[in-house]
Design a protein around this ligand. Sequence first.
Ligand SMILES: [Zn+2]
Length: 211
Amino acid sequence: MERKARPGQRLCEEHEIKYGVRVTSRDSIGEPTVAACRFCLYFGRQIKSDRARSFANQVKIYEAPFRMDNFVQHNRLHHLDHWITYMELDANQKKNYFPNTPPPSNIQVAFPPKRKTIDSKAMDLSGIEQEPKQKQIKIDAITADELLEIERKKHSLETEMLKKELELKNIQIITSTMLARQKMIESGVPQSEIDSILPLPIKTTNDAINI
Ligand SMILES: [Zn+2]
């Protein structure tokens, strides 16, 4: 059976060594689905600014389809010193570049953006216990005030929509009453009778609605 070709490259062991990544999750047919950056795991990210300090301990996680240029880009950006040294090594030296011990436990996992959350239990990071707080993915900070303002706007829009809907219903009632009255006039029904059967609708004011 022919395997469906996927965009991106298949991540084999050779790539793992070459780019300093490790497959942490595979699918049912053994294809790598998730890989972690070993430089992040063992050395942390290179801190170039105060802003970078906040994610210095976050481990870069890659998801299939893997792109080799993404590995290189990340390594250049976050592990430049290690990467320069590492590139010069042969495969055996590369294998020994990372400590033989489990990675430190204070790591955080940084998932790729705009992807669904991966079941972190499916990830094998050498049995590291991940504290719940480390699994939290930081969303762009939004203040309580901003949230309140959004809620307020939403509420006022909803109120506005309800008012419009009611107005429309009123207009529909008036129109159908007027049409019926017109028909009765055409059929020769006296005005007084029409008024008693089908009185002119009184338009309800919006002020009566207090949502
Ligand atoms: Zn990394």
